[in-house]
Design a protein around this ligand. Structure first.
Ligand code: CO
Length: 134
């Protein structure tokens, strides 16, 4: 059901330091910071040949990234995103297996303007999984 790896998201305590490191130390193509108030994040996209890395920093009072950084002050992998062809079919299939969808269960428009859903990390080996319809 899942297709390509779309991105790996990493929560970071300092977005500039992290972006500089990916650009200057790792030699990656790094974009400019973008605010996504709907998701409570400021994000920098790192373009790799075969996928993307998203560097996430908290934006606003109730950012889900802040809680993550409180528990992981040096930052860390926040979620992994797989592509699916049909997000509603994927959701219905996953729910039929007992997997939990976060939030209302209805897809939201994600960072790339496409519908996304998040799956409960406890159902997927401790990893927050995002599904994005492509
Ligand atoms: Co994501």
């Amino acid at each position: 059901m899942i297709g390509r790896l779309n991105h790996v998201a990493i929560a970071v305590p300092d977005l500039t330091v992290a972006a500089d490191q990916y650009r200057d130390t790792l030699g990656a193509k790094v974009g400019h910071p973008q605010d996504e108030p709907d998701h409570g994040v400021r994000v920098v996209f790192v373009e790799l040949e075969n996928s993307k890395i998203e560097l996430l920093y908290p934006l606003g009072e109730n950012s889900p990234i802040q809680g993550f950084l409180d528990k992981n002050p040096s930052g860390g992998m926040h979620h992994i995103c797989y592509e699916v062809e049909n997000i509603l079919e994927a959701r219905d299939h996953l729910m039929s297996t007992g997997a939990r969808i976060l939030g209302t269960g209805e897809p939201k428009i994600g960072a790339h303007g496409k519908p996304v859903l998040f799956l409960h990390p406890k159902d997927f080996t401790g990893t927050l999984v995002e599904l994005e319809q492509v």
